[in-house]
Design a protein around this ligand. Structure first.
Ligand code: 13P
Length: 258
Protein backbone atom coordinates (compact mmCIF):
# COMPACT_ATOMS: atom_id res chain seq x y z
CA UNK A 1 0.00 0.00 0.00
CA UNK A 2 1.37 3.42 -0.97
CA UNK A 3 1.32 5.86 1.93
CA UNK A 4 -0.43 9.17 1.33
CA UNK A 5 1.27 12.51 1.79
CA UNK A 6 -0.47 14.52 4.51
CA UNK A 7 -0.69 18.30 4.29
CA UNK A 8 -2.33 19.51 7.49
CA UNK A 9 -3.08 23.16 8.27
CA UNK A 10 -3.34 24.00 11.96
CA UNK A 11 -5.22 27.29 12.11
CA UNK A 12 -4.74 27.56 15.90
CA UNK A 13 -6.80 30.41 17.42
CA UNK A 14 -7.41 32.28 14.14
CA UNK A 15 -10.40 33.05 11.89
CA UNK A 16 -14.01 33.69 12.83
CA UNK A 17 -16.51 31.06 11.70
CA UNK A 18 -17.36 33.29 8.71
CA UNK A 19 -13.70 33.74 7.74
CA UNK A 20 -13.09 30.01 8.09
CA UNK A 21 -16.03 29.28 5.82
CA UNK A 22 -14.83 31.74 3.15
CA UNK A 23 -11.32 30.25 3.28
CA UNK A 24 -12.71 26.72 2.94
CA UNK A 25 -14.87 27.78 0.00
CA UNK A 26 -11.81 29.18 -1.81
CA UNK A 27 -9.64 26.20 -0.91
CA UNK A 28 -12.22 23.72 -2.20
CA UNK A 29 -12.39 25.66 -5.47
CA UNK A 30 -8.61 25.60 -5.83
CA UNK A 31 -8.21 21.89 -4.98
CA UNK A 32 -8.46 19.22 -7.59
CA UNK A 33 -8.82 15.62 -6.40
CA UNK A 34 -5.38 14.49 -5.29
CA UNK A 35 -5.69 10.81 -4.60
CA UNK A 36 -2.29 10.49 -2.95
CA UNK A 37 -2.36 13.76 -1.00
CA UNK A 38 -4.56 14.08 2.07
CA UNK A 39 -5.30 17.76 2.64
CA UNK A 40 -6.60 18.59 6.11
CA UNK A 41 -7.40 21.83 7.92
CA UNK A 42 -7.93 22.22 11.66
CA UNK A 43 -10.25 25.16 12.43
CA UNK A 44 -11.46 26.24 15.86
CA UNK A 45 -13.88 23.73 17.36
CA UNK A 46 -16.78 26.16 16.98
CA UNK A 47 -16.31 26.20 13.18
CA UNK A 48 -16.21 22.41 12.77
CA UNK A 49 -19.94 21.90 12.62
CA UNK A 50 -20.68 24.38 9.78
CA UNK A 51 -17.47 23.47 7.92
CA UNK A 52 -18.30 19.78 8.11
CA UNK A 53 -21.51 20.51 6.16
CA UNK A 54 -19.59 22.60 3.63
CA UNK A 55 -16.52 20.42 3.05
CA UNK A 56 -16.22 17.98 0.15
CA UNK A 57 -14.62 14.98 1.81
CA UNK A 58 -13.52 13.57 -1.55
CA UNK A 59 -11.17 16.55 -1.73
CA UNK A 60 -10.08 17.17 1.84
CA UNK A 61 -10.73 16.49 5.49
CA UNK A 62 -11.18 18.36 8.79
CA UNK A 63 -9.31 18.08 12.06
CA UNK A 64 -10.08 19.27 15.57
CA UNK A 65 -7.26 21.02 17.44
CA UNK A 66 -8.17 19.62 20.84
CA UNK A 67 -10.93 17.76 22.69
CA UNK A 68 -11.48 16.09 26.06
CA UNK A 69 -10.99 12.37 26.63
CA UNK A 70 -14.20 11.61 28.53
CA UNK A 71 -17.27 11.16 26.33
CA UNK A 72 -19.73 12.99 28.64
CA UNK A 73 -20.15 14.14 32.24
CA UNK A 74 -19.42 17.03 34.59
CA UNK A 75 -16.57 18.66 32.65
CA UNK A 76 -17.62 22.29 32.22
CA UNK A 77 -16.44 23.90 29.03
CA UNK A 78 -15.10 20.76 27.37
CA UNK A 79 -16.02 19.16 24.06
CA UNK A 80 -15.69 15.38 23.74
CA UNK A 81 -14.35 13.29 20.90
CA UNK A 82 -17.71 11.50 20.87
CA UNK A 83 -19.44 14.84 20.15
CA UNK A 84 -16.99 15.40 17.31
CA UNK A 85 -17.59 12.04 15.70
CA UNK A 86 -18.59 12.64 12.10
CA UNK A 87 -17.48 16.29 12.23
CA UNK A 88 -13.71 15.84 12.59
CA UNK A 89 -11.75 13.20 10.69
CA UNK A 90 -8.48 13.90 12.52
CA UNK A 91 -7.47 15.34 15.90
CA UNK A 92 -4.27 17.19 16.72
CA UNK A 93 -3.24 15.88 20.13
CA UNK A 94 -0.28 16.78 22.35
CA UNK A 95 0.65 19.95 20.48
CA UNK A 96 3.38 21.81 22.36
CA UNK A 97 1.00 24.74 22.92
CA UNK A 98 -1.32 22.33 24.78
CA UNK A 99 1.58 20.80 26.68
CA UNK A 100 3.19 24.06 27.79
CA UNK A 101 0.33 26.58 27.98
CA UNK A 102 -2.40 24.17 29.17
CA UNK A 103 -0.13 21.79 31.09
CA UNK A 104 -1.12 18.60 29.35
CA UNK A 105 1.18 15.73 30.28
CA UNK A 106 1.81 12.43 28.52
CA UNK A 107 -0.92 10.70 30.58
CA UNK A 108 -3.53 13.22 29.46
CA UNK A 109 -2.24 13.01 25.88
CA UNK A 110 -2.46 9.19 25.96
CA UNK A 111 -6.09 9.32 27.14
CA UNK A 112 -6.94 11.75 24.34
CA UNK A 113 -5.25 9.56 21.72
CA UNK A 114 -7.30 6.59 22.95
CA UNK A 115 -10.52 8.62 23.02
CA UNK A 116 -9.97 9.79 19.44
CA UNK A 117 -9.42 6.23 18.20
CA UNK A 118 -12.47 5.01 20.16
CA UNK A 119 -14.54 7.63 18.35
CA UNK A 120 -13.18 6.91 14.85
CA UNK A 121 -11.10 10.09 14.70
CA UNK A 122 -7.46 9.71 13.63
CA UNK A 123 -5.11 11.19 16.23
CA UNK A 124 -2.13 13.23 15.06
CA UNK A 125 0.17 12.84 18.05
CA UNK A 126 2.56 15.81 18.26
CA UNK A 127 5.93 15.39 19.92
CA UNK A 128 9.03 17.55 20.03
CA UNK A 129 11.80 18.86 22.20
CA UNK A 130 12.35 22.42 23.37
CA UNK A 131 15.47 24.38 22.53
CA UNK A 132 16.99 23.82 25.98
CA UNK A 133 16.21 20.08 25.94
CA UNK A 134 18.08 19.89 22.63
CA UNK A 135 20.98 21.94 24.00
CA UNK A 136 21.27 19.57 26.99
CA UNK A 137 21.33 16.50 24.73
CA UNK A 138 17.90 15.33 25.90
CA UNK A 139 16.19 15.14 22.49
CA UNK A 140 16.19 11.33 22.24
CA UNK A 141 14.75 10.93 25.75
CA UNK A 142 12.04 13.54 25.21
CA UNK A 143 11.05 12.01 21.88
CA UNK A 144 10.87 8.51 23.34
CA UNK A 145 8.93 9.61 26.43
CA UNK A 146 6.39 11.70 24.50
CA UNK A 147 5.98 9.08 21.78
CA UNK A 148 5.72 5.94 23.87
CA UNK A 149 3.88 7.82 26.65
CA UNK A 150 1.37 9.28 24.21
CA UNK A 151 0.76 5.88 22.61
CA UNK A 152 0.59 3.97 25.90
CA UNK A 153 -3.13 3.22 25.54
CA UNK A 154 -2.90 2.17 21.89
CA UNK A 155 -2.85 -1.56 21.11
CA UNK A 156 -0.52 -3.02 18.46
CA UNK A 157 -3.49 -3.52 16.16
CA UNK A 158 -4.57 0.11 16.48
CA UNK A 159 -1.17 1.58 15.69
CA UNK A 160 -2.15 1.92 12.03
CA UNK A 161 -4.87 4.39 13.15
CA UNK A 162 -2.28 6.86 14.42
CA UNK A 163 -0.23 9.65 12.81
CA UNK A 164 2.82 11.11 14.53
CA UNK A 165 4.00 14.68 13.98
CA UNK A 166 7.49 15.78 14.90
CA UNK A 167 7.33 19.45 15.85
CA UNK A 168 10.48 20.73 17.55
CA UNK A 169 9.26 23.56 19.77
CA UNK A 170 12.25 25.71 18.79
CA UNK A 171 11.21 25.62 15.12
CA UNK A 172 7.58 26.72 15.60
CA UNK A 173 7.25 30.20 14.08
CA UNK A 174 5.51 31.70 17.12
CA UNK A 175 8.36 30.59 19.44
CA UNK A 176 10.59 33.52 20.40
CA UNK A 177 13.70 33.50 18.17
CA UNK A 178 12.45 30.42 16.29
CA UNK A 179 15.04 28.62 14.20
CA UNK A 180 14.57 26.82 10.92
CA UNK A 181 15.16 23.07 11.26
CA UNK A 182 17.49 21.57 8.67
CA UNK A 183 16.49 18.43 6.75
CA UNK A 184 19.37 16.59 8.46
CA UNK A 185 18.15 17.54 11.93
CA UNK A 186 14.67 16.33 11.03
CA UNK A 187 15.95 13.11 9.45
CA UNK A 188 17.84 12.23 12.62
CA UNK A 189 14.78 12.58 14.86
CA UNK A 190 12.42 10.88 12.42
CA UNK A 191 14.81 7.93 12.43
CA UNK A 192 14.61 7.88 16.23
CA UNK A 193 10.80 7.98 16.09
CA UNK A 194 10.70 5.03 13.69
CA UNK A 195 13.21 3.07 15.77
CA UNK A 196 11.19 3.62 18.95
CA UNK A 197 8.03 2.51 17.16
CA UNK A 198 9.75 -0.57 15.75
CA UNK A 199 11.25 -1.50 19.15
CA UNK A 200 7.88 -1.15 20.87
CA UNK A 201 5.43 -2.39 18.26
CA UNK A 202 7.57 -4.35 15.80
CA UNK A 203 8.84 -3.37 12.38
CA UNK A 204 5.67 -4.31 10.52
CA UNK A 205 3.32 -2.15 12.62
CA UNK A 206 5.73 0.77 12.82
CA UNK A 207 6.14 1.08 9.06
CA UNK A 208 2.42 1.85 8.74
CA UNK A 209 2.63 5.01 10.84
CA UNK A 210 2.81 8.26 8.86
CA UNK A 211 5.28 10.72 10.38
CA UNK A 212 4.78 14.42 9.64
CA UNK A 213 7.07 17.37 10.23
CA UNK A 214 5.96 20.76 11.55
CA UNK A 215 7.77 24.00 12.35
CA UNK A 216 8.02 27.12 10.18
CA UNK A 217 7.04 25.20 7.04
CA UNK A 218 6.50 27.51 4.06
CA UNK A 219 6.33 27.18 0.27
CA UNK A 220 10.09 27.54 -0.11
CA UNK A 221 11.16 24.82 2.35
CA UNK A 222 8.23 22.38 1.95
CA UNK A 223 9.85 20.50 -0.93
CA UNK A 224 13.07 19.88 1.01
CA UNK A 225 11.16 18.76 4.11
CA UNK A 226 8.94 16.40 2.12
CA UNK A 227 11.98 14.61 0.74
CA UNK A 228 13.49 13.91 4.18
CA UNK A 229 13.62 10.11 4.51
CA UNK A 230 10.73 8.83 6.64
CA UNK A 231 8.68 12.05 6.42
CA UNK A 232 5.16 11.52 5.05
CA UNK A 233 3.74 15.01 5.31
CA UNK A 234 3.68 18.42 6.93
CA UNK A 235 1.85 20.10 9.80
CA UNK A 236 1.66 23.79 9.00
CA UNK A 237 0.75 26.71 11.25
CA UNK A 238 1.32 30.26 10.02
CA UNK A 239 1.59 29.46 6.30
CA UNK A 240 -1.72 27.58 6.36
CA UNK A 241 -3.53 30.83 7.20
CA UNK A 242 -2.56 32.28 3.82
CA UNK A 243 -4.48 30.43 1.15
CA UNK A 244 -1.92 30.96 -1.64
CA UNK A 245 0.91 29.63 0.58
CA UNK A 246 -1.11 26.62 1.66
CA UNK A 247 -2.08 25.73 -1.93
CA UNK A 248 1.55 26.22 -3.03
CA UNK A 249 2.61 23.68 -0.41
CA UNK A 250 -0.08 21.26 -1.60
CA UNK A 251 1.18 21.67 -5.19
CA UNK A 252 4.73 21.02 -3.98
CA UNK A 253 3.59 17.83 -2.26
CA UNK A 254 2.02 16.64 -5.49
CA UNK A 255 5.17 17.47 -7.46
CA UNK A 256 7.50 15.80 -4.97
CA UNK A 257 5.48 12.58 -5.14
CA UNK A 258 5.27 12.51 -8.94
P1 13P B 1 4.30 27.24 12.26
O1 13P B 1 4.16 26.57 10.92
O2 13P B 1 3.65 28.58 12.33
O3 13P B 1 5.70 27.22 12.74
O4 13P B 1 3.47 26.34 13.31
C1 13P B 1 3.75 25.00 13.41
C2 13P B 1 2.71 24.36 14.25
O5 13P B 1 2.70 24.56 15.45
C3 13P B 1 1.70 23.54 13.58
O6 13P B 1 1.01 22.76 14.48
Amino acid sequence: MVMKTYIVGNWKLNFTVGEASIYLHKLLKALPNYRDTEVVVAPSTIALQPLSLQVDRHKMKLAVQNAFYRDYGAFTGETSFSQLRGLADYAIIGHSERRYIFREDDKMVAKKVAAAIRNKITPILCIGETESERAFGETADVIRDQLIGGLSEVSDDDLDKVIVAYEPVWAISSTKAAKIATPDEIAEVVKLIRKNLADTYGEKHSEQVPVLFGGSVNPSNAGAYLTVPGVNGLLIGGASLILSEFTDIIETAKRVRA
